[in-house]
Ligand binder design. Structure first.
Ligand SMILES: [Fe+2]
Length: 275
């Protein structure tokens, strides 16, 4: 048992600092703080002593804009016009902003996991911060800022729904919602290439490669948790999707990327037969 100096716990506690990052509203401040959190964690400067209380975060730190609307009301995305491609890029930028918060919340909320779990999710948070930066730079190069178009709040809603169980979180956020990005990005890249949108293509390629790693981290921890609880990971996965996402339809799947991200052939068969 490691004894921590109480002063150190308050000032150099990973969970405390992850919550601070999570609650920052300003994107630039959030990015700087998240990258610094990752660096300090890697340098071994932070303790992982659980806090006395874990807060529910129904509204994470986010800027006043974008306006959050029903998914049916977001601007039309597409490939054939610059306007539609910018709407697409803005929507992905918003996903990446949420992904920073989701990774920070995975660190903050579940404080009794093995040390490697925090190293993994701090890395994800830092990579999401970089994805957000690359995409906002792309938007800025076309005279658009993050926040100028309406967006929806689906990703954070799933974070709130799964805030009491790390196994449900690992199953539904990385392995369902983020894995959806693996399914759609390759086609998106091909269509953007055909439109000559090379800047956005190279950004999405980096994002895609790193997202495979994020889903893989989710798969790893999901399966560890199932094993600890003596649960069949394949059946439990389907049951969790049915419980939390009733009526959801998935596919087509990008099987090669999903296999790289920790899904097995049997799991892919099971997903195909259920949804
Ligand atoms: Fe990302």
């Amino acid at each position: 048992m490691i004894n921590y100096d109480p002063v150190d716990i308050a000032t150099n506690n990973l969970f405390e600092m992850a919550l601070d990052c999570l609650l920052l509203n300003d994107p630039q401040q959030k990015i700087t703080a998240t990258l610094s959190l990752h660096k300090s964690h890697l340098a071994g400067e932070l303790n992982i002593q659980p806090l006395a209380e874990v807060r529910q975060v129904t509204v994470p730190g986010r800027p006043a804009k974008p306006a959050l609307v029903d998914p049916r009301e977001v601007p039309r995305r597409g490939f054939s016009s610059l306007k539609a491609r910018l709407a697409l890029a803005h929507a992905i930028t918003h996903i990446e902003f949420n992904a920073i918060n989701l990774a920070l919340d995975a660190v903050y909320r579940f404080q009794h996991m093995p040390a490697q779990y925090y190293t993994d999710w701090c890395r994800v948070a830092a990579e999401e911060a970089q994805h957000f930066t690359m995409l906002s730079d792309y938007l800025e190069s076309h005279g658009l800022s993050y926040g100028e178009q309406a967006a929806h709040n689906g990703l954070w809603e799933m974070a709130v729904k799964t805030d009491s169980d790390v196994m449900a979180r690992m199953a539904l956020v990385p392995r369902v919602l983020e894995a959806r990005g693996l399914d759609v990005t390759p086609t998106m890249i091909k269509k953007l290439q055909a439109s000559g949108e090379t800047g956005l293509v190279s950004v999405l390629q980096v994002i895609f490669d790193e997202e495979v790693g994020h889903v893989k981290i989710g798969s790893y921890w999901y399966k560890i948790l199932c094993k600890e609880r003596n649960l069949d990971s394949q059946k439990t996965f389907i049951a969790l999707i049915e419980k939390y996402m009733q009526g959801a339809k998935f596919g087509p799947f990008e099987t090669a990327a999903r296999l790289q991200a920790g899904f097995t052939n049997e799991e892919m068969q099971s997903l195909l037969s259920h949804f």
